[in-house]
Ligand binder design. Structure first.
Ligand code: UD1
Ligand code: UDP
Length: 378
């Protein structure tokens, strides 16, 4: 049997961990690979929540997170730290996911060492370098030199082809987030206590319609976040509505949301939920109000309408199918669009359809097969 190929998977934030744990499981179970993992620790608590539930114990942890970190200081720490791990591990291939600073620096450090880079969730494009910021540029940087591009959908693959990327290096695999959702749903079915921590809130808000909410985008800091908070305040003034909002640990988010929303009867500002509890939050919600990327994929897959508090999206598939709608960050517009879904049954039913253009839950296995098949050069 030939020597297993050493794959170093590099990640650092909550969404990367969620979307990569199914692939790490697949690589670990496959004798064709020697799976190594490096977390940057760009996130700390929110990353650790995912590592724990997924049972992933990283081989390297750079622990780079600083409170209220700036993009340039973070990038400098990531680039040098990740490069040093690659010098130690000498992997055959480096895998990165998505568009974070960790993904971009992991890819760049590998490129500097002529190690082939594999990009999971490749080809997402909003067409606007300021929305989402800085992610649109991060993913274009990675896409410009990755050796293999695993696009979640045909739309994403087409975006890469339009950038003149060699079509032979582009594969449509589905998004591993669906693998993660299937895995967590099965875990909860086996062990229901994993997702019962919201019972107190479910009791407190019994009879009300729950809006599940997240917000963290850097480009929304300032005016955008204030618009979002104002909208939530107005929606929660309705007696038949309750908002459950696990607040991202970024201090720029917490400062605004605590100042505007703390103490309101129909708003629960809570700590970030682990993945089983977040899946439960989607399940008990009438609709999701979010500026998150991953939630735009998960909510439609679970049949919940999602109102996206952004001006553009690099995930147009949900919008095209009518299960997601872009509502920006203007308070009047968010309130109007949410009210329409709450009060107009036909409008609600038209959006509340299970729709999943993002994968069949077998993306990780598909990626593992492609990694085994393809010879790669740096
Ligand atoms: C990062 C990613 C973004 C991704 C988001 C997912 C970049 C540039 N941004 O944004 O693409 O959508 O993660 O959530 O890569 N913090 C904690 N504990 C944590 C996590 C964050 O305290 O577990 C606080 C720290 O003060 C940290 C700050 O949040 O400095 C910002 O974290 P950072 O990763 O730089 O940015 P995010 O806004 O989380
Ligand atoms: N999520 C979670 N707990 C929370 C909020 C979100 O587990 O309290 C999960 C969610 O299911 C999705 C991912 O985190 O898979 C999205 O992460 P985030 O919004 O931080 O980043 P983005 O997807 O916007 O990059």
């Amino acid at each position: 049997m030939s020597t297993p190929r050493t794959i170093l998977t590099v990640f650092g934030t909550r969404p990367e961990a969620i979307k990569l744990f199914p692939l790490i499981h697949a690589l670990e179970d496959d004798p064709r690979f020697r799976s190594r993992t490096c977390v940057s620790g760009q996130h700390r608590g929110m990353l650790d929540q995912v590592l724990e539930i997924a049972g992933v114990v990283p081989h390297h942890d750079l622990d780079v997170m600083q409170p209220d970190q700036t993009l340039d200081a973070l990038t400098a720490r990531l680039l040098t730290g990740l490069g040093a791990v690659m010098d130690l591990e000498k992997p055959d291939v480096v895998v990165v996911q998505g568009d974070t600073a960790t993904a971009m620096c992991g890819a760049l450090a590998a490129y500097y060492r002529k190690i082939p880079v594999v990009h999971v969730e490749a080809g997402l494009r909003s067409g606007n370098i300021h929305h989402p910021w800085p992610e649109e540029v991060n993913r274009k940087v990675i896409g410009s030199f990755a050796a293999l591009h695993f696009a979640p959908t045909e739309t994403a693959a087409e975006a890469l082809r339009r950038e003149n990327i060699d079509p032979a290096t582009i594969h449509v695999t589905g998004n591993t987030v669906i693998d993660a959702l299937h895995w967590i749903t099965a875990r909860i079915a086996q062990e229901p206590s994993l997702a019962q921590g919201l019972a107190g809130l479910e009791q407190r808000f019994a009879g009300k319609r729950i809006i599940g909410m997240t917000s963290h985008r850097r480009e929304n800091f300032g005016e955008g976040m204030r618009g979002i908070a104002d909208a939530v305040k107005r929606l929660a003034a309705r007696p038949d509505v309750a908002v459950i909002f696990p607040v991202h640990l970024n201090p720029n988010v917490r400062a605004v949301m605590n100042a505007e929303l703390a103490g309101l009867d129909n708003v629960a500002l809570i700590e970030p939920l682990d993945y089983p509890h977040f899946a439960r939050l989607i399940a008990i919600s009438t609709l999701m109000l979010t500026d998150s990327g991953g939630v735009q994929e998960e909510a439609p897959a679970l049949g919940k309408p999602v109102l996206v508090m952004r001006e553009t999206t690099e995930r147009p598939e949900g919008v095209a199918a009518g299960t997601a709608r872009l509502v920006g960050t203007d308070a009047d517009r968010i309130v109007a669009e949410t009210t329409r879904l709450l009060d107009d049954t036909d409008a609600y039913e038209a959006m509340a359809r299970a729709h999943n253009p993002f994968g069949d839950g077998k993306s990780s296995q598909r990626i593992a097969e492609l990694l085994a098949d393809r010879g790669l050069a740096g």
